[in-house]
Ligand binder design. Structure first.
Ligand SMILES: NC(=O)c1ccc[n+]([C@@H]2O[C@H](COP(=O)([O-])OP(=O)(O)OC[C@H]3O[C@@H](n4cnc5c(N)ncnc54)[C@H](O)[C@@H]3O)[C@@H](O)[C@H]2O)c1
Length: 332
Protein backbone atom coordinates (compact mmCIF):
# COMPACT_ATOMS: atom_id res chain seq x y z
CA UNK A 1 0.00 0.00 0.00
CA UNK A 2 1.25 3.49 -0.84
CA UNK A 3 2.33 5.48 2.21
CA UNK A 4 0.27 8.59 2.89
CA UNK A 5 2.24 11.79 2.41
CA UNK A 6 2.20 14.11 5.43
CA UNK A 7 0.41 17.38 4.76
CA UNK A 8 1.54 20.46 6.68
CA UNK A 9 -0.27 23.76 7.06
CA UNK A 10 2.15 26.69 7.12
CA UNK A 11 1.04 30.20 8.12
CA UNK A 12 3.33 32.99 6.92
CA UNK A 13 4.88 30.72 4.28
CA UNK A 14 5.43 33.69 1.95
CA UNK A 15 7.77 35.27 4.49
CA UNK A 16 11.49 34.93 5.08
CA UNK A 17 11.70 31.92 7.41
CA UNK A 18 8.41 30.29 6.39
CA UNK A 19 9.45 30.15 2.71
CA UNK A 20 12.73 28.40 3.60
CA UNK A 21 10.80 25.80 5.58
CA UNK A 22 8.28 25.37 2.75
CA UNK A 23 11.10 24.73 0.26
CA UNK A 24 12.69 22.16 2.55
CA UNK A 25 9.39 20.36 3.24
CA UNK A 26 8.69 20.12 -0.50
CA UNK A 27 12.28 18.96 -1.17
CA UNK A 28 11.64 16.16 1.32
CA UNK A 29 8.39 15.11 -0.37
CA UNK A 30 5.83 16.62 2.02
CA UNK A 31 2.61 18.29 0.94
CA UNK A 32 2.36 21.94 1.93
CA UNK A 33 -0.50 24.42 2.12
CA UNK A 34 0.24 28.03 3.00
CA UNK A 35 -1.98 30.65 4.56
CA UNK A 36 -0.62 34.16 4.06
CA UNK A 37 -2.21 37.59 3.68
CA UNK A 38 1.01 38.86 2.00
CA UNK A 39 1.19 41.85 4.35
CA UNK A 40 4.98 41.47 4.56
CA UNK A 41 5.40 38.31 2.48
CA UNK A 42 5.88 37.89 -1.25
CA UNK A 43 4.32 35.37 -3.63
CA UNK A 44 7.62 35.10 -5.53
CA UNK A 45 9.17 33.34 -2.54
CA UNK A 46 6.67 30.49 -2.73
CA UNK A 47 7.50 27.41 -4.78
CA UNK A 48 4.88 26.40 -7.38
CA UNK A 49 4.35 23.01 -5.72
CA UNK A 50 2.95 24.63 -2.56
CA UNK A 51 -0.74 25.53 -2.36
CA UNK A 52 -1.40 29.11 -1.31
CA UNK A 53 -4.53 30.46 0.35
CA UNK A 54 -4.34 34.24 0.49
CA UNK A 55 -6.20 35.25 3.62
CA UNK A 56 -5.70 36.52 7.11
CA UNK A 57 -5.11 33.91 9.80
CA UNK A 58 -8.02 35.42 11.75
CA UNK A 59 -10.42 34.95 8.82
CA UNK A 60 -12.37 32.17 10.51
CA UNK A 61 -14.51 31.33 7.50
CA UNK A 62 -11.65 30.81 5.01
CA UNK A 63 -9.51 28.97 7.55
CA UNK A 64 -12.44 26.68 8.49
CA UNK A 65 -13.08 25.86 4.82
CA UNK A 66 -9.43 24.93 4.38
CA UNK A 67 -9.48 22.77 7.48
CA UNK A 68 -12.72 21.03 6.47
CA UNK A 69 -11.34 20.15 3.04
CA UNK A 70 -7.90 18.92 4.06
CA UNK A 71 -6.37 16.55 6.54
CA UNK A 72 -3.35 18.36 7.97
CA UNK A 73 -0.89 16.53 10.19
CA UNK A 74 0.46 19.66 11.86
CA UNK A 75 0.49 23.42 11.60
CA UNK A 76 3.65 25.51 11.56
CA UNK A 77 2.74 29.00 12.66
CA UNK A 78 5.12 31.69 11.35
CA UNK A 79 2.65 34.48 10.50
CA UNK A 80 3.17 37.62 12.53
CA UNK A 81 4.74 41.03 12.81
CA UNK A 82 8.41 41.02 13.66
CA UNK A 83 9.86 44.50 14.12
CA UNK A 84 10.86 45.38 17.67
CA UNK A 85 11.12 49.13 16.91
CA UNK A 86 7.66 49.16 15.35
CA UNK A 87 6.22 47.26 18.31
CA UNK A 88 7.51 49.93 20.69
CA UNK A 89 5.66 52.55 18.61
CA UNK A 90 2.49 50.53 18.00
CA UNK A 91 2.12 48.00 20.82
CA UNK A 92 -1.57 47.33 20.08
CA UNK A 93 -0.78 46.25 16.52
CA UNK A 94 1.62 43.64 17.88
CA UNK A 95 -0.84 42.41 20.49
CA UNK A 96 -3.44 42.10 17.74
CA UNK A 97 -1.33 40.33 15.09
CA UNK A 98 0.88 38.14 17.23
CA UNK A 99 -1.54 37.25 19.96
CA UNK A 100 -5.18 38.02 19.27
CA UNK A 101 -5.32 36.92 15.60
CA UNK A 102 -3.07 33.93 16.30
CA UNK A 103 -5.35 32.83 19.12
CA UNK A 104 -8.41 33.00 16.84
CA UNK A 105 -6.51 31.01 14.22
CA UNK A 106 -5.32 28.31 16.60
CA UNK A 107 -8.77 27.96 18.21
CA UNK A 108 -10.13 27.34 14.70
CA UNK A 109 -7.46 24.70 14.09
CA UNK A 110 -8.28 22.95 17.37
CA UNK A 111 -11.98 23.00 16.52
CA UNK A 112 -11.24 21.02 13.35
CA UNK A 113 -8.94 18.64 15.19
CA UNK A 114 -5.63 20.07 14.00
CA UNK A 115 -3.86 19.84 17.33
CA UNK A 116 -0.15 19.65 16.61
CA UNK A 117 1.47 23.07 16.51
CA UNK A 118 5.01 24.25 15.83
CA UNK A 119 5.22 27.89 16.84
CA UNK A 120 7.85 30.51 15.93
CA UNK A 121 8.71 32.29 19.12
CA UNK A 122 11.74 34.40 19.94
CA UNK A 123 14.73 34.60 22.25
CA UNK A 124 13.55 38.14 22.98
CA UNK A 125 11.25 36.59 25.60
CA UNK A 126 14.35 36.31 27.85
CA UNK A 127 14.97 40.07 27.76
CA UNK A 128 18.33 40.94 29.28
CA UNK A 129 19.35 37.61 30.85
CA UNK A 130 21.77 37.37 33.76
CA UNK A 131 23.38 34.17 32.50
CA UNK A 132 25.59 34.32 29.43
CA UNK A 133 23.96 31.24 27.90
CA UNK A 134 20.20 31.10 28.35
CA UNK A 135 18.40 27.82 28.87
CA UNK A 136 14.73 27.29 28.17
CA UNK A 137 14.02 27.63 31.89
CA UNK A 138 15.84 30.97 32.31
CA UNK A 139 13.59 33.77 33.63
CA UNK A 140 11.26 35.33 31.04
CA UNK A 141 11.46 39.12 31.05
CA UNK A 142 10.44 40.56 27.66
CA UNK A 143 11.69 44.11 27.12
CA UNK A 144 9.31 45.15 24.33
CA UNK A 145 5.73 44.62 23.07
CA UNK A 146 6.92 42.28 20.30
CA UNK A 147 8.46 39.85 22.78
CA UNK A 148 5.46 40.25 25.07
CA UNK A 149 3.04 39.28 22.32
CA UNK A 150 5.08 36.15 21.55
CA UNK A 151 5.22 35.15 25.19
CA UNK A 152 1.46 35.55 25.49
CA UNK A 153 0.93 33.09 22.66
CA UNK A 154 3.41 30.66 24.22
CA UNK A 155 1.35 30.80 27.42
CA UNK A 156 -1.85 30.27 25.48
CA UNK A 157 -0.42 27.08 23.95
CA UNK A 158 0.82 25.81 27.31
CA UNK A 159 -2.62 26.38 28.83
CA UNK A 160 -4.35 24.60 25.94
CA UNK A 161 -1.91 21.73 26.21
CA UNK A 162 -3.10 21.18 29.76
CA UNK A 163 -6.81 21.46 29.08
CA UNK A 164 -7.07 19.78 25.65
CA UNK A 165 -4.99 17.29 23.75
CA UNK A 166 -2.92 20.00 22.09
CA UNK A 167 0.73 19.16 21.43
CA UNK A 168 3.20 21.88 20.63
CA UNK A 169 6.81 22.64 19.96
CA UNK A 170 7.67 26.22 20.73
CA UNK A 171 10.87 27.29 18.98
CA UNK A 172 12.60 30.31 20.43
CA UNK A 173 14.69 31.62 17.56
CA UNK A 174 17.84 33.57 18.24
CA UNK A 175 19.09 35.81 15.37
CA UNK A 176 18.08 34.26 12.09
CA UNK A 177 20.17 35.22 9.05
CA UNK A 178 21.51 34.01 5.69
CA UNK A 179 19.66 32.68 2.66
CA UNK A 180 18.88 29.46 0.79
CA UNK A 181 21.99 27.99 -0.88
CA UNK A 182 20.07 27.54 -4.16
CA UNK A 183 18.99 31.20 -3.91
CA UNK A 184 15.32 30.26 -4.19
CA UNK A 185 14.44 32.52 -1.27
CA UNK A 186 15.85 34.98 1.24
CA UNK A 187 15.00 38.09 3.20
CA UNK A 188 13.33 40.76 1.07
CA UNK A 189 12.02 43.30 3.60
CA UNK A 190 13.11 46.87 2.90
CA UNK A 191 12.48 47.74 6.55
CA UNK A 192 14.46 44.95 8.11
CA UNK A 193 16.30 45.80 11.29
CA UNK A 194 18.47 42.67 11.05
CA UNK A 195 22.19 43.39 11.27
CA UNK A 196 23.30 40.93 8.59
CA UNK A 197 20.65 42.17 6.14
CA UNK A 198 21.87 45.75 6.64
CA UNK A 199 25.51 44.73 6.22
CA UNK A 200 24.56 42.94 2.99
CA UNK A 201 22.84 46.09 1.73
CA UNK A 202 25.99 48.12 2.43
CA UNK A 203 28.16 45.53 0.64
CA UNK A 204 26.01 45.61 -2.53
CA UNK A 205 25.76 49.43 -2.46
CA UNK A 206 22.08 49.83 -1.51
CA UNK A 207 22.90 51.46 1.79
CA UNK A 208 25.61 54.07 2.40
CA UNK A 209 26.74 52.84 5.78
CA UNK A 210 25.89 50.69 8.74
CA UNK A 211 24.68 52.28 11.96
CA UNK A 212 25.69 50.37 15.08
CA UNK A 213 23.21 51.13 17.84
CA UNK A 214 25.25 51.57 20.99
CA UNK A 215 28.95 51.10 21.72
CA UNK A 216 28.70 51.42 25.49
CA UNK A 217 27.25 48.02 26.38
CA UNK A 218 29.04 46.00 29.03
CA UNK A 219 30.57 43.60 26.47
CA UNK A 220 34.13 42.99 25.23
CA UNK A 221 33.96 45.78 22.62
CA UNK A 222 30.90 47.72 23.77
CA UNK A 223 28.57 46.39 21.05
CA UNK A 224 25.75 43.88 21.69
CA UNK A 225 26.36 40.15 21.38
CA UNK A 226 23.99 37.80 19.56
CA UNK A 227 23.73 34.16 18.49
CA UNK A 228 23.29 34.02 14.68
CA UNK A 229 21.66 30.92 13.18
CA UNK A 230 21.54 30.17 9.46
CA UNK A 231 17.95 30.10 8.20
CA UNK A 232 18.53 26.74 6.44
CA UNK A 233 19.59 25.13 9.73
CA UNK A 234 16.49 26.62 11.30
CA UNK A 235 14.40 25.10 8.51
CA UNK A 236 15.84 21.65 9.39
CA UNK A 237 14.95 22.26 13.02
CA UNK A 238 11.30 22.59 11.92
CA UNK A 239 11.45 19.36 9.99
CA UNK A 240 13.01 17.53 12.95
CA UNK A 241 10.45 19.07 15.30
CA UNK A 242 7.60 17.91 13.07
CA UNK A 243 8.92 14.33 13.00
CA UNK A 244 9.33 14.40 16.77
CA UNK A 245 5.84 15.76 17.33
CA UNK A 246 4.10 13.14 15.22
CA UNK A 247 6.09 10.20 16.59
CA UNK A 248 6.62 11.10 20.25
CA UNK A 249 3.57 13.36 20.68
CA UNK A 250 5.28 15.35 23.43
CA UNK A 251 5.29 19.10 23.88
CA UNK A 252 8.52 21.05 24.34
CA UNK A 253 10.08 24.49 24.24
CA UNK A 254 13.45 24.70 22.50
CA UNK A 255 16.08 27.38 21.98
CA UNK A 256 17.21 27.66 18.36
CA UNK A 257 20.71 29.02 18.05
CA UNK A 258 24.28 27.75 17.81
CA UNK A 259 25.33 28.64 21.35
CA UNK A 260 28.06 30.97 20.07
CA UNK A 261 27.95 34.74 20.54
CA UNK A 262 29.30 37.38 18.17
CA UNK A 263 29.38 41.11 18.84
CA UNK A 264 28.25 43.52 16.14
CA UNK A 265 31.90 44.43 15.63
CA UNK A 266 32.82 40.72 15.23
CA UNK A 267 30.29 40.45 12.39
CA UNK A 268 31.66 43.60 10.73
CA UNK A 269 35.20 42.23 11.09
CA UNK A 270 34.19 38.89 9.52
CA UNK A 271 32.66 40.77 6.58
CA UNK A 272 35.83 42.86 6.18
CA UNK A 273 37.92 39.69 5.99
CA UNK A 274 35.57 38.05 3.51
CA UNK A 275 35.49 40.99 1.12
CA UNK A 276 38.97 42.37 1.87
CA UNK A 277 37.36 45.78 2.24
CA UNK A 278 36.44 47.94 5.21
CA UNK A 279 32.70 48.24 5.76
CA UNK A 280 31.67 51.83 6.47
CA UNK A 281 29.90 52.17 9.80
CA UNK A 282 29.08 54.78 12.41
CA UNK A 283 27.80 54.57 15.96
CA UNK A 284 24.29 55.67 16.88
CA UNK A 285 22.42 55.70 20.19
CA UNK A 286 21.17 52.48 21.77
CA UNK A 287 17.78 51.25 20.58
CA UNK A 288 14.99 50.96 23.10
CA UNK A 289 14.27 47.32 23.94
CA UNK A 290 17.67 45.91 22.91
CA UNK A 291 19.49 43.60 25.31
CA UNK A 292 23.26 43.44 25.68
CA UNK A 293 23.79 39.73 25.12
CA UNK A 294 21.53 36.90 23.94
CA UNK A 295 23.18 33.55 23.33
CA UNK A 296 21.48 30.16 23.50
CA UNK A 297 22.26 27.16 25.54
CA UNK A 298 21.27 24.57 22.91
CA UNK A 299 21.82 21.38 24.88
CA UNK A 300 18.14 20.54 25.29
CA UNK A 301 17.36 20.57 21.58
CA UNK A 302 20.53 18.66 20.65
CA UNK A 303 19.78 15.99 23.25
CA UNK A 304 16.07 15.47 22.66
CA UNK A 305 15.82 16.07 18.92
CA UNK A 306 19.35 14.91 18.08
CA UNK A 307 20.00 17.82 15.76
CA UNK A 308 23.43 18.91 14.59
CA UNK A 309 23.96 22.20 12.73
CA UNK A 310 25.35 22.16 9.20
CA UNK A 311 25.90 25.81 8.39
CA UNK A 312 27.22 27.20 11.68
CA UNK A 313 29.86 29.55 10.33
CA UNK A 314 29.46 33.32 10.32
CA UNK A 315 31.08 33.58 6.89
CA UNK A 316 28.53 31.12 5.39
CA UNK A 317 25.73 33.21 6.84
CA UNK A 318 27.23 36.42 5.45
CA UNK A 319 28.07 34.95 2.03
CA UNK A 320 24.58 33.55 1.39
CA UNK A 321 22.95 36.74 2.64
CA UNK A 322 25.09 38.97 0.40
CA UNK A 323 24.62 36.68 -2.61
CA UNK A 324 20.85 36.90 -2.09
CA UNK A 325 21.02 40.68 -1.74
CA UNK A 326 22.75 40.83 -5.15
CA UNK A 327 20.02 38.66 -6.65
CA UNK A 328 17.37 40.90 -5.08
CA UNK A 329 18.83 43.97 -6.78
CA UNK A 330 18.18 42.35 -10.15
CA UNK A 331 14.88 40.50 -9.63
CA UNK A 332 12.68 42.21 -7.06
N1 LIG B 1 13.45 36.75 11.49
C1 LIG B 1 13.90 36.54 12.70
O1 LIG B 1 15.10 36.77 13.00
C2 LIG B 1 12.99 36.02 13.77
C3 LIG B 1 13.49 35.87 15.06
C4 LIG B 1 12.64 35.37 16.05
C5 LIG B 1 11.35 34.99 15.74
N2 LIG B 1 10.87 35.17 14.47
C6 LIG B 1 9.48 34.80 14.18
O2 LIG B 1 9.43 33.99 13.02
C7 LIG B 1 8.24 34.23 12.29
C8 LIG B 1 8.57 34.48 10.83
O3 LIG B 1 9.44 35.59 10.74
P1 LIG B 1 9.97 36.13 9.34
O4 LIG B 1 11.28 36.76 9.59
O5 LIG B 1 9.86 35.06 8.32
O6 LIG B 1 8.90 37.28 9.05
P2 LIG B 1 8.22 37.74 7.66
O7 LIG B 1 7.62 39.08 7.91
O8 LIG B 1 9.18 37.59 6.54
O9 LIG B 1 7.07 36.65 7.47
C9 LIG B 1 5.83 36.73 8.12
C10 LIG B 1 4.78 36.25 7.12
O10 LIG B 1 3.52 36.20 7.80
C11 LIG B 1 2.53 36.82 6.95
N3 LIG B 1 1.50 37.34 7.86
C12 LIG B 1 1.66 38.23 8.86
N4 LIG B 1 0.50 38.43 9.51
C13 LIG B 1 -0.42 37.64 8.91
C14 LIG B 1 -1.81 37.39 9.13
N5 LIG B 1 -2.49 38.00 10.10
N6 LIG B 1 -2.44 36.50 8.34
C15 LIG B 1 -1.77 35.86 7.34
N7 LIG B 1 -0.46 36.05 7.08
C16 LIG B 1 0.21 36.93 7.85
C17 LIG B 1 3.29 37.88 6.18
O11 LIG B 1 2.65 38.28 4.99
C18 LIG B 1 4.61 37.17 5.93
O12 LIG B 1 4.57 36.41 4.75
C19 LIG B 1 7.56 35.40 12.99
O13 LIG B 1 6.51 34.90 13.77
C20 LIG B 1 8.62 36.01 13.85
O14 LIG B 1 8.11 36.60 15.01
C21 LIG B 1 11.67 35.68 13.48
Amino acid sequence: MKKRVNHILVTGGAGYIGSHVVNLLLDKGYKVTIIDNLITGNKKLIPKKAKLKICDIADKYSVSELLKNNNFDAVMHFAGMIRVDESVKYPKKYYNYNYHKAKIFLETCFKYNLKKVIFSSTAAVYGNPKNNFVTESSPLKPLNPYANSKLKLERFLIKKNKSKKIKFIILRYFNVAGADFKMRTGLISKFSTHLIKKISEVVVGKRKNLVIYGNDYDTKDGTPIRDYIHVSDLAYIHLKSFKYLITKKKSHIFNCGYGVGYSVKDVVECCNKLYKKKLIFKFGPRRKGDSKMLVANTRKFMKIIKWRPKFNKLNIILETSIKWEKKLSKNY
